[in-house]
Ligand binder design. Structure first.
Ligand code: TXA
Ligand code: MG
Length: 348
């Protein structure tokens, strides 16, 4: 079976979606797993393929020919300024949903996440289908997002076709902004559009807040997410890297911004990470996948700088390493206890 549809086969992809199939689509952020929002069976198939709980809402993707007000109601004025500044682009706005958006898309909530992706192939596809496309990132629930058609094939094998759109230009998912409130808005998931970018556009009278209220709705807000299958750690300095080396020996694959590959034959693999945030974001998921495929036992990521521009990256870094870091802590305290009891025994 031919699994890749070329960009000149948009009409074929549109027919598949209209006939109720799920197909993977390119966007400027990551590839998505898409279905027509009006077809319940197709939308449910997205959840099944991803093994994602049906209470986690999907965002919907519209094209230039569609009106936001057809899909959302009670839209605060500042939203027009935001969509003018950032669409098509990596900003998802959460608004009260209109009756044209079903609860099977929003996981039972009365709000909907909407964005206009900045990818010519997908914009043309949406236009041809004639309805918005519901699409989460095209990866298994909780795993690393895909930034190329090959990643999607690696993730789903022969169960979905992929519309080819090249390597994603941005590389991490859109910034999600809760814009249901008239006096303030709230970033639920940071991305390459920062709080400062948003504040500049909405002006001083609208406060831009960070972090979710309690929202269990954002799967990106789960503590563990974007996880490689191998233990994955962050290191901040040489000492921390040495500690990891003492655990894994040469079985580490490291993602570093500073070390030179030729100096480090002691690691299974060294992946050089870019120093600018744009290039880092573009390479991040691909590098995690590459490290995960390598014969290493564990992955060590050098902590990059911590400024607002890097918030989107840090969000992914912390979630993809959270579980392993937690285990590392337990391991270290077990080692310390062992050492203590050994010392006590020696003393006795
Ligand atoms: O860049 C992106 O946003 C990519 C591309 C494919 O567009 N999509 C994406 O979708 O990242 P997904 O499902 O992997 O992440 C969207 C996040 C989820 O965590 C979901 O729970 C949250 O957005 N979300 C969607 N609708 C929401 C709503 N009404 N309220 C709160 N969170 C919502
Ligand atoms: Mg996702």
């Amino acid at each position: 079976m031919k699994l890749i549809l070329n960009p000149d086969e948009i009409a074929v992809a549109a027919d598949e979606i209209k006939s109720g199939q799920v197909i993977a689509i390119p966007t400027e952020t990551v590839y998505g797993l898409a279905a027509d929002i009006s077809q319940e069976k197709a939308v449910k198939q997205i959840f099944a393929l991803k093994q994602r709980p049906t209470t986690h809402p999907l965002i919907i993707h519209i094209s230039q020919g569609m009106k936001l007000s057809d899909y959302a109601v009670n839209i605060p004025d500042y939203v027009a300024a935001l969509t003018k500044a950032f669409w098509p682009g990596p900003l998802t706005v959460i608004l009260a949903k209109s009756k044209n958006v079903s609860l099977w898309v929003t996981g039972g909530q009365n709000t909907v996440g909407i964005r206009m992706p900045n990818h010519p192939v997908t914009l043309a596809l949406i236009e041809q289908v004639g309805t918005p496309l519901a699409a989460p990132s095209a990866n298994q629930f909780g795993k690393v997002s895909p930034t190329s058609s090959q990643h999607v094939l690696d993730e789903f094998g022969t169960s979905v076709k992929v519309l080819e759109g090249g390597e994603c230009a941005i590389g991490i998912e859109s910034t999600i902004l809760d814009a249901t409130d008239f006096t303030h808005c709230r970033i639920l998931r940071p991305g390459m559009i920062t709080a400062a970018d948003i504040q500049k556009v909405v002006g001083d009278e609208i406060l831009v807040k960070l972090g979710s209220k309690e929202s269990p709705q954002v799967s990106g807000s789960l503590k563990y997410h974007y996880e490689p299958s191998k233990p994955t750690y962050l290191y901040h300095n040489e000492d921390e890297l040495t500690q990891l080396q003492s655990l894994y020996g040469s079985g580490l694959c490291i993602l570093t911004q500073t070390m030179h590959i030729k100096d480090n034959s002691e690691f299974v693999q060294v992946i050089q990470m870019p120093t600018t945030v744009e290039q880092y974001a573009k390479k991040f998921y691909e590098s995690l996948r590459k490290a995960d495929r390598s014969p290493c036992q564990a992955i060590a990521i050098q902590a990059p700088q911590r400024t607002m521009l890097w918030n989107g990256i840090w969000d992914r870094l912390l979630k993809s390493t959270a579980k392993s870091q937690h285990h590392l802590k337990e391991l270290k305290s077990a080692c310390t206890q062992n050492l203590q009891s050994q010392q006590e025994e020696n003393y006795l």
